[in-house]
Design a protein around this ligand. Structure first.
Ligand code: ADE
Length: 419
């Protein structure tokens, strides 16, 4: 029987397949693991429900999960991030997928529910909406779920809070917290793709602009670094003293949003927190200020307050809306405050998603191996896995590194050695 699906336009499949081929060529770790696991089938008998941005990189992951023996059913984890051609290509390859660009919020949850129809044994999340849907409305399904994975910082925070309250119904691997995920995807992936989104939505010159980055975590650091590289004057806002100091020592100005809002030409939020930019900030912004978000949820910029203050809203170009204030100032909101890197561009490049998704794959295989033996809590992936994934990455891109000698290994733990 053909897999059920709902996508925007099945005729886009051949275009999507070309993109998948492009991504495969840039995801050597995942392709190496696909080759190995298509022989050993470590996911045979597993039904994986996934809720993660439908991009060409995700397509490579989905087809790898299937090659490893799993049955897969997929939805997007953001109403604006689905690449319709990729969704069509996956549907044409008999993968059950429910995702299209521009879906409404009720459609978004309808799509998640459809991925539960086959009663998954494993779940894969980016932002925890699938996990929450099971916990809030389909609790009986948790009995047959062995475990799940979570891709993003925001999702991991929320699931850890659930676990701390004793509310988590099955174990989760925090894929986000693997070094080969956060130290690459969150920094270099977010940095490049967020700047890419801003450029595609506006085509403005970055050089010479006051570029305000809210939040100097890994994602904010990536954005600040790339904006600086393009010649912007970067201003960072923070609530955490150590993060603020790191930003300062990297050469960025640090100040509260109260002050940054008067100076910024371009604002990007990367905090995972709500109400980072609100009405009192819009009230101070310069004419022409550009505002966007790269955090998982669209609550970092208080859009209802912007809408209430504005006398007019005009669609200027794709992913760029002009809000006119009563005093005539214009503020430009990109991608409706949703993830600018995925809504206005294509998300992180394949080369970084390669390692993030190798972690996803290995985490699901580990869960499947462990069966129902783990506790209902959040687990980190083993450190050896990071080194294995990084090692495969280096090998497949042809970079060699040094190896410690036996004497050097002994020196590591030799507490009698000194000056
Ligand atoms: N998150 C950020 N970039 C992504 C991509 N290219 N694919 C899937 N999820 C992502």
């Amino acid at each position: 029987m053909k897999a059920a699906y709902k996508v925007a336009n099945p005729e886009l499949a051949s275009k999507g397949r070309l993109k998948l081929n492009w991504a495969e060529a840039r995801m050597p770790v995942l392709m190496h693991l696909r080759e190995e696991f298509s022989k050993t089938k470590p996911l045979a008998g597993q039904r994986i429900a996934g809720c993660l941005h439908v991009t060409k990189e995700t397509g490579v992951l989905v087809e790898t999960l299937r090659a490893a023996g799993a049955e897969v059913s997929w939805s997007g984890c953001n109403p604006l991030s689905t690449q319709d051609d990729v969704a069509a290509a996956l549907a044409a390859n008999d993968i059950s997928i429910y995702a299209w660009h521009g879906m409404s919020v009720p459609e978004f949850y309808w799509a998640i529910e459809r991925t539960l129809d086959f009663k998954p044994t494993l779940t894969l999340d980016d932002g925890a909406d699938l996990i929450f849907t099971i916990h809030n409305r389909f609790r009986e399904l948790a009995e047959t779920v062995i475990g799940g994975t979570e891709e993003t910082t925001t999702g991991v925070h929320r699931i850890r809070a659930m676990a701390a309250d004793g509310k988590l119904l099955y174990p989760i691997f925090a894929v986000n917290d693997a070094e080969t995920k956060w130290d690459f995807d969150n920094v270099y992936g977010t940095g490049q793709s967020s700047l890419d989104g801003i450029l595609r939505a506006t085509s403005v010159l970055i050089a010479g602009k006051n570029f305000v980055v809210a939040g100097y975590g890994h994602c904010g650091k990536g954005c600040a670094m790339r904006a600086k590289g393009m010649g912007a004057n970067v201003i960072c806002t923070e609530v955490k003293p150590t993060a603020a100091l790191k930003a300062m020592l990297e050469g960025f100005q640090v100040m509260p949003m109260e002050h940054a809002s008067e100076r910024g030409d371009i604002f990007i939020t990367a905090t995972g927190m709500k109400d980072v930019i609100t009405g009192r900030h819009f009230a101070k912004m310069k004419d022409g200020a550009i505002v966007c978000n790269t955090g998982h949820y669209d609550c970092e910029i208080n859009i209802p307050e912007l809408e209430n203050m504005a006398v007019k809203c005009t669609d200027i170009r794709e992913n760029c809306q002009e809000y006119t204030m009563p005093d005539g100032r214009r503020i430009y909101l990109l991608a409706k405050g949703r993830l600018v890197n995925l809504a206005a561009a294509e998300g992180h490049p394949s080369e970084v998603m390669d390692m993030s998704f190798a972690n996803q794959l290995m985490a699901l295989i580990e869960m499947a191996k462990k069966g129902k033996t783990l506790e209902n809590t959040v687990y980190d992936l083993p450190e050896e896995l990071d080194q294995r994934i990084a090692g495969i990455k280096l090998r497949t891109i042809g970079t060699q590194i040094d190896v410690l000698t036996d004497e050097q290994i002994a020196y590591l733990t030799d507490y009698s050695a000194g000056t």
